[in-house]
Write a protein that binds this ligand. Structure first.
Ligand code: USQ
Length: 395
């Protein structure tokens, strides 16, 4: 375990960042959350909000100290990482992290495709946050590995007749003189939204900083995260993480659970045959801990793992939710430009080799989400259930 490590979580106020902060603190690490609290405002800007109210950072940390009794060491600093690169270097110099976890991302594909302003905001924030953290590592000379959450969406959702590798593809190229030689290249990227495009850009940025400056990076290409908590967030109501269900910031399974709990027909986009990778929030945290605990060597290049437990279709998700809480589905004209008959196949052995045991979609876990959604029914805004962002150009 990375016990006693000093860990900077950029974006530690978010859906994954907060449970990760708890898990690291629980393991004896000193945690500094660096976050501009933007996620809270962004969700409100689309008239959404976490279904289950989320306490301000200071209250969450106070609750953790109460629960832990030994004063679990988490601090937070409000900082706009993408806009304040000089301050980021100062934070690194004073905190001297052993590891940086980079979650400072606007993570929503629909939000990034909503209009010009949100597209620009997603591109600016995501690319500059990545650059700012890498720049600070080089500028300060601090030799801390960086762990980043990327996305399975960088590969694109096509019909392939091979398993997507973990980041890199072995190819053979024709050389001068008619020979052939093997070469390892980043798997071609086919992002399906501006958000996913920023994650593709991140890959090149990591390669550059690793090759030029030896920065050690683990890029975790994560699938869709479902679930609403971990054993640690469940210790006290104030420790809960976000539960977004709106069509911009909620992801498909959690959204369906909220819809089912409220008697709303499940919003299956298009045919529902889209196949996607899934991972439960608890597993996402386990994988992050493993990546922190096992940093790459300097000469490993950028390490990429595919972080997902299983591949399912949107219809499979709707079926599982309906089994838990009888509900109908309404086929909604797909607001996205995406293949509805893709065939996702991908490797996910790297994290398993480090010891991860994936947990799969189960009625029990889905029932937990439905139950929580029912409990907070009074907070539902039905206006934000239907798609609010569209990929197609509108006149
Ligand atoms: N979908 C529906 N109905 C809904 C919402 C979504 O049918 O009400 C469909 C979408 O059309 C899509 C699939 O479900 O085919 C997944 O959509 P999503 O909104 O759950 O997830 P996505 O936009 O792909 O993005 C999410 C996270 C992102 C992460 C990504 C992993 O927001 O941060 O990177 O999942 S992945 O999908 O593997 O690229």
């Amino acid at each position: 375990m990375p016990s006693k490590q000093r860990i900077l979580i950029a974006g530690g106020d978010g859906f994954i960042g907060w449970p990760l902060a708890l898990a690291l603190s629980d393991a004896g690490c000193e945690v500094l959350i660096a976050d501009n609290l933007m996620r809270r405002d962004l969700v409100r800007s689309v008239n959404g909000d976490s279904l289950r109210p989320v306490a301000p950072p200071a209250e969450r940390i106070a609750a953790w100290k109460r629960v832990r009794k030994d004063g679990g060491r988490i601090r937070y600093e409000v900082i706009d990482i993408g806009q304040a690169s000089a301050e980021v270097s100062e934070v690194l110099k004073s905190f001297r992290p052993d590891t940086i976890v980079h979650l400072a991302t606007i993570p929503s594909a629909p939000f990034s495709m909503k209009d010009r302003a949100t597209g620009e905001q997603a591109i600016r924030n995501n690319t500059l946050c990545t650059w700012s953290l890498l720049n600070a590592l080089v500028e300060t000379g601090i030799d801390a590995p960086l762990v980043h959450i990327g996305t399975m969406g960088v590969y694109g959702y096509e019909v392939e007749d091979y398993d997507l590798p973990e980041g890199y593809l072995q190819v053979e190229i024709a050389t001068d003189g008619g020979g052939r030689r093997p070469k390892e290249i980043l798997h071609p990227m086919k992002p399906g939204s501006l958000y996913h495009l920023t994650k593709a850009y991140d890959q090149l940025t990591f390669e550059f900083y690793n090759r030029q400056y030896g920065v050690r990076v683990t890029d975790l290409h994560q699938g869709i995260v479902w679930g609403i908590g971990t054993p640690l967030t469940a210790l006290d109501p104030t420790l809960c993480t976000r539960f977004d269900y709106d069509s911009d910031f909620g992801t498909v399974l959690n959204r369906f659970a909220v819809q089912a709990a409220n008697g709303i027909a499940l919003t299956v986009y298009g045919s529902g045959r889209q196949r996607r990778a899934l991972i439960h929030l608890r597993d996402s945290i386990s994988c992050l801990l493993l990546a922190i605990r096992n940093p790459p060597r300097r000469d490993d290049g950028v390490r990429i793992f595919n972080q997902f437990a299983e591949v399912v279709s949107v219809n499979d998700i709707a079926r599982t939710v309906s089994e838990v809480q009888g509900s109908s589905s309404s086929s909604i004209a797909n607001p996205r430009i995406e293949r509805e008959d893709n065939m996702l196949r991908a490797e996910n052995d790297g994290l398993k080799r480090l010891g991860w045991k994936p947990s799969l979609l189960s009625s029990e876990r889905v029932a937990e989400i439905v139950e929580e959604a029912r409990h907070f029914q009074r907070n539902l805004n039905p206006e934000v259930i239907k798609p609010m962002s569209f990929w197609r150009r509108r006149s």
